[in-house]
Design a protein. Structure first.
Length: 84
């Protein structure tokens, strides 16, 4: 039996690292976290494309921090805990 097949004991949400709790604050499921992840991907990509015409739109590319944060937090919960 590999570690991937073993049932996850899971870390309680209160014991998640601060950044994971902060990033996923108010998001109770993996589905809602992925929806926010993809929303930030779309906003970031749209801002990057729009910045060719409107240079001020380049500010929206800063949302890449959100994309990275959501991806990291979702991956952490998948590996170390479980979604409720």
């Amino acid at each position: 039996m590999s570690t991937e097949d073993a049932p996850k004991v899971g870390v309680e949400r209160r014991q998640w690292p601060f950044l994971v709790r902060f990033i996923l604050w108010g998001l109770g499921s993996r589905r809602s976290a992925l929806a926010c992840f993809w929303l930030t991907v779309v906003v970031t990509g749209s801002s990057a494309v729009a910045s060719f015409r409107y240079p001020l739109a380049l500010v929206g590319v800063a949302w890449i921090v959100g994309v990275i944060g959501y991806g990291w937090a979702i991956r952490w919960v998948d590996r170390h805990s479980r979604w409720n």
